[in-house]
Design a protein around this ligand. Structure first.
Ligand SMILES: [Zn+2]
Length: 78
C-alpha cells in the first residue's frame, strides 16, 4: 500500500506525521483561513491543514499502515 496520504494537495509520507487534530480548528479570528480544518503536525515544526475528508482518510491510512507493520509474535500460538 501507499505510505503517502494526500493532504492539502500534497502527498505526505505517513512517517512524517506526528499527530492529527481530532477537532476542527477554531480560534475566533475573523480573518482565519483555517477555520473548520484539521491541523496535521509534521516533523520539523511543519503544520499542514486537512479538510474533514482528508483528516478521516489520513487516519484510516495511518491505522492500516501501522496494522501492516505490527506482526505481533506474541499473538501466535496462544
Ligand atoms: Zn485560526
Amino acid at each position: 500500500m501507499s505510505v503517502f496520504c494526500r493532504i492539502d494537495d500534497k502527498y505526505v509520507p505517513l512517517y512524517r506525521i506526528l499527530w492529527v487534530s481530532a477537532v476542527p480548528h477554531f480560534c475566533g479570528s475573523e480573518d482565519c483561513q483555517r477555520e473548520g480544518q484539521y491541523e496535521v503536525r509534521l516533523e520539523q515544526d511543519e503544520t499542514i491543514w486537512a479538510t474533514a475528508d482528508e483528516q478521516a482518510a489520513a487516519l484510516r491510512t495511518i491505522e492500516s499502515w501501522h496494522g501492516e507493520e505490527q506482526d505481533d509474535p506474541l499473538d501466535e500460538g496462544d
